[in-house]
Design a protein. Structure first.
Length: 82
């Protein structure tokens, strides 16, 4: 029996293993409108942000990994953007 709490990204269809939070305004400026009320994985969010020219890194303070057997919180201590 799996305790996997992850969801599926509605942009790419892959299992979303990382939960993250940032300002609503950043989300809306990055994620296409048809996906804004759905699950979008960090990989797709990053790709959307790159296409839109949005540096979201300063707004992500904690990443939450959700696996099949455990969950882990990662706290951001610094970031590097191109």
């Amino acid at each position: 029996m799996s305790n996997d709490l992850s969801q599926t990204c509605k942009a790419c269809g892959r299992r979303d293993k990382f939960d993250f939070h940032g300002p609503y305004e950043v989300w809306c400026s990055v994620v296409p409108i048809y996906l804004q009320n759905l699950v979008v994985c960090l990989t797709c969010f990053d790709e959307f942000a790159e296409k839109m020219g949005v540096d979201y890194a300063p707004y992500i303070k904690v990443l939450y990994f959700v696996g099949g057997h455990t969950s882990i919180d990662f706290e951001a201590t610094s970031y590097v953007s191109d």
